[in-house]
Design a protein around this ligand. Structure first.
Ligand code: SF4
Ligand code: SF4
Length: 72
């Protein structure tokens, strides 16, 4: 329920979902370690994706990415 309300509020505010620019990402894993909501997923090829259903938009991953590869 919390997630549904959060997503609705996010849409009303007009904020975009986050994604990782694979051309910029160097697979360092800092975003994965930083996210306390389990919203960063590690893929088999060691690349990362963001599960926007779990993301709380705290922006910690954006602030800690050394390559500025996380975009909204
Ligand atoms: S912190 Fe940035 S460069 Fe490192 S894995 Fe995450 S998106 Fe890629
Ligand atoms: S914004 Fe916060 S919750 Fe969302 S993926 Fe980044 S660190 Fe995780």
């Amino acid at each position: 329920m919390h997630n549904i309300l959060f997503k609705a509020a996010w849409k009303i505010l007009g904020r975009k979902e986050l994604h990782i620019d694979k051309d910029l990402c160097v697979k360092c894993g800092k975003c994965y370690k930083t996210c306390t909501h389990g919203a960063i997923i590690q893929n088999e090829d060691k690349s990362y994706d963001i599960s926007n259903d779990n993301c709380h938009r705290c922006n910690h991953c954006l602030e800690n990415c050394p390559k500025k590869a996380i975009k909204s």
